[in-house]
Write a protein that binds this ligand. Structure first.
Ligand code: NI
Length: 174
């Protein structure tokens, strides 16, 4: 396993639409997925998409463990999703603060649908589906945006609600 470099906003490849995975259960996929989990954990991220490490494939991972630092954060099981599809079940949008490993040190207020059903495949090609809402839905939508070449700052409605984490945290709004 190896840590991979996370590309930062401005890198042209982050704005490309990634390609679907066609071959499952390959050593390439196995190594890529292991490296993605290792990189996400190392960076204390809640999600990572393959394009963020320079691989233009429709692969996302995410997960949030119970953490003493964030006692109110909802737990999300560590999940791998290949070729994900999302269906919006409740189009009412909710605004909340987001960050991104490709936009380090920043936070922005992003509106997203509050309830979704997502489906996708694991590394062996086995299908899975879940219906989720709230923070879990937000994390998945953020990561699926990455494989469509969309970074969260592109979704900001009000650039005044975008700024440096160290400053925003003093506003009690995070
Ligand atoms: Ni991100």
């Amino acid at each position: 396993m190896a840590l991979r470099t996370v590309l930062k906003m401005g890198c042209p490849s982050l704005y490309e639409v990634a390609k679907p995975v066609e071959k499952f259960n390959t050593p390439f996929l196995q190594t890529l997925i292991q490296d993605m989990f290792e990189t996400m954990t190392h960076k204390n991220g809640v999600g990572l998409a393959a394009p963020q490490i320079g691989v233009s494939l429709r692969i996302i991972i995410f997960g949030v463990e119970k953490n003493a630092r964030y006692p109110n954060a909802e737990e999300i099981p560590n999940t791998l999703l290949i070729n994900p599809k999302v269906e919006v079940l409740d189009s009412e949008k909710v605004a909340d603060w987001e960050g991104c490993l490709s936009v380090p040190g920043m936070r922005g207020l992003v509106e997203r649908p509050s309830k979704i059903c997502y489906q996708g495949y694991d590394e062996l090609g086995r299908p899975m589906t879940r219906t989720v809402s709230g923070f879990h839905a937000r994390v998945v939508l953020h990561e699926v945006d990455h494989i469509d070449g969309i970074l969260y700052p592109l979704r900001l409605k009000d650039l005044r609600q975008f700024g440096f984490e160290e400053v925003l945290s003093t506003r009690n709004s995070l």
